[in-house]
Design a protein around this ligand. Structure first.
Ligand code: GAL
Length: 645
């Protein structure tokens, strides 16, 4: 594990740089991320490239033993570029161009923007790509942040039409797949299809889903273009792009396939600033939700099955939450160890020094505006020592990340399920909240989890949770059946197999999973707490309302694991269980609260021969490379299983 920091030398006088680097070194920092918003300083006018300052920064960093993680500056196009080519700007759903003045003011589908990006990336990488200080690359910054993945302008429309033609071949096939006969949406030619712009009321979910797929692919090809240039001009330096927690605006797995390392950002306390549950805020308002943090890291690790790099982790209070709380003393140390335990090899803090001007002037850094050390910095020297003990030997800048050993339990996550359920929530159902609730249940029973795509190698897991599996085809159903037949335990969730890949309802859920589950869904509702249903499991009664399904066994051997004991579905099964080959499949038709969710998982873990080790509310245990960690998120404490200096 290496410590890093986001540093913006272009925002400070050059005379300050040496002192900054020396100070970083004293705090145990070995990597500085530089350059991701510096386009106007690298190319102040068209083709007037000024990279000398970046060379000077790299030279100086090398002298201080600090590696440079270089950002390509494409997240913030300079004014001259958008003035010259207004078509590069984002167009929102209502058809309005989003003006220059913040950042991310570009469309992924703009061929002109891509040309300028390729040119500046070639220039930067051609100048410093082989500099000995350069240890890796970050492409752009938080792709898709500020709702910028999907653009509704002319370039995006053109890209969408080509994408549809490649997918469907004929417009008749598109009409059939989308069901455009409804409300007279039928098209005569691909050229008639527009992005799903703002309209009177509901659009067609199949249209929206394909637009999300296409927009996601635009992000992928944008990244691939830059990665290709960097690979050629800066060989041997891992390339990534920083992903955000529970964003999912594009298929991060496909994007990660273009990259060498998954990079991520995390602001655990900032997210608590949006929380409304006073009890959680009182307990972990200054450390963050443990499961939201590690779920994200497990997901990022699962994108390539390899160690990740954290490139932005909170240091103090931010400027963008609803309430901008200060982290607890010890929070930075807690996060860095939790990040290590969940697969990170680098933790970079955001940012080095608070800046007195600009949109983020209220954002804290390791140093205050006056360059004195802020609260977070106080934790770093001890942390750096502990991390050095974990991996004996001198702290080195990171190399290409190594695989991380898999857990025995995995939770399935597919971006297409996320999108389909966001487009058809049918009430207050929320994909991320549901997945996270199930993750929390398994974590609170003491297990480490992998978060994996349904196409990953599933055979290594003893228990597979599929709480939000939604779009299911025959091929996937076959793979899951083989997994169970071979002895795996599968837990299907509330909205399993309701739809096919075109986002059309199957005749009866769970569609192709029906023979495996041995049951069908009869009715469901996104309910109301005042009309809750009661469910009995393992001798206890639980109220459920968020998503409630009544199941009906259809195969011999399907048992009732939990039953409705009150409400509209009284007497019907709420959770079924069935042996199939050497394994077992559970199906819970519920989006339940923590107690019932944990109760069902305890039964599933038992069936998988994995012991449940229930933990205290804010206690979590993790393990990596045989090293054990115990975290108390309410007290901001970490117990490590190895001797400390
Ligand atoms: C991140 C972003 C940074 C900075 C930071 C502030 O989302 O990547 O550039 O804006 O938030 O918390």
């Amino acid at each position: 594990m290496t410590l890093g920091v986001a540093w913006y030398p272009e925002q400070w006088p050059a005379e300050r740089w040496g002192e900054d680097l020396a100070h970083m070194r004293r705090l145990g920092i070995r990597v500085a991320r530089v350059g991701e918003f510096a386009w106007s300083r690298l190319e102040p006018a068209p083709q007037d490239f000024r990279t000398e300052w970046l060379v000077a920064v790299c030279d100086l960093a090398e002298r201080h033993g600090i590696g440079v993680l270089l950002g390509t500056p494409t997240a913030a196009p300079p004014k001259w570029l958008v003035d010259r080519h207004p078509s590069v700007l984002q167009t929102d759903r209502s058809g309005r161009a989003r003006p220059f003045g913040s950042r991310r003011s570009y469309s992924f589908s703009s061929p002109i923007y891509r040309k300028y990006c390729a040119r500046i990336v070639r220039e930067v990488a051609g100048t410093v790509g082989e500099h000995p200080a350069v240890v890796g690359w970050q492409i752009d910054n938080e792709l898709g942040c500020h709702d910028t993945t999907r653009c509704y302008g002319d370039d995006a429309a053109q890209a969408f039409r080509l994408w549809l033609e490649a997918r469907y071949d004929t417009v008749e096939a598109l009409n059939a797949a989308w069901g455009t006969v409804f409300w007279s949406h039928e098209y005569r030619d691909f050229s008639e299809v527009d992005p799903p712009r703002e309209s009177q009321t509901f659009g067609n979910p199949a249209h929206e889903l394909d637009f999300r797929r296409c927009s996601s692919d635009q992000v992928g090809s944008f990244v691939a273009e830059q990665a290709g240039i960097l690979r050629a001009l800066s060989p041997g330096r891992p390339i990534g792009t920083n992903l955000m927690m529970c964003a999912g605006e594009f298929d991060e797995r496909k994007v990660a396939a273009e990259l060498d390392v998954v990079q991520w950002d995390a602001y655990p306390v900032a997210l608590m600033g949006f929380a409304t549950d006073a009890e959680s805020v009182a307990a972990v308002g200054r450390t963050g939700d443990p499961d939201l943090f590690t779920f994200s890291l497990d997901l990022f690790r699962g994108l390539k099955g390899r160690a990740t790099w954290g490139v932005e982790l909170q240091t103090g209070n931010v400027n963008w939450s609803r309430r901008n709380l200060l982290p607890a003393p010890g929070a930075l140390r807690l996060w860095a160890h939790a990040a290590t335990a969940h697969g990170a090899d680098l933790v970079g803090w955001f940012r080095w020094r608070a800046l007195p001007y600009g949109p983020e002037q209220w954002h804290a850094g390791l140093l205050r505006h006056d360059a004195s050390e802020d609260r977070g910095a106080a934790e770093l020297p001890r942390l750096a020592e502990e991390l050095a003990v974990r991996r004996p030997g001198p702290a080195k800048p990171p190399g290409a990340p190594a695989p991380v050993a898999p857990s025995q339990v995995a939770i399935l996550h597919d971006y297409e399920d996320l999108w389909a359920l966001q487009l058809g929530p049918h009430g207050p159902y929320d994909y991320w909240r549901h997945l996270l609730g199930e993750y929390t249940a398994l974590r609170s029973l003491g297990h480490m989890l992998d978060v994996v795509h349904p196409n990953a190698d599933l055979s290594r897991y003893r228990l597979l949770a599929a709480p939000a599996l939604h779009l299911v085809d025959e091929a996937l159903a076959g793979r899951l059946a083989a997994y169970v037949e071979a002895g795996g335990v599968l837990v299907l969730g509330s909205r399993a197999g309701q739809k096919d890949r075109n986002s059309r309802h199957v005749p009866a859920a769970p569609g192709p999973l029906r023979p495996l589950a041995g049951a069908v869904a009869r009715n469901w509702e996104s309910g109301h707490p005042a009309l809750a249903h009661s469910v009995r499991h393992a001798g206890a009664e639980h109220a459920v309302h968020m998503w409630v399904t009544s199941l009906e066994p259809t195969e011999p051997g399907t048992e009732v694991e939990a039953e409705f004991t009150g409400g509209l579905f009284a007497g019907r099964p709420a959770v079924t269980r069935r042996r199939a080959g050497a394994g077992t499949v559970f199906w819970s038709g519920l989006c339940a609260g923590p107690a019932l969710t944990a109760s069902v998982y305890a039964a599933a873990l038992d069936a998988a021969g994995l012991p449940a080790q229930p933990l205290e509310r804010w206690e979590r245990r993790s393990e990596r490379d045989g090293l054990q960690y115990r975290f108390d998120w309410a007290k901001a404490e970490v117990d490590l299983s190895w001797p400390l200096p």
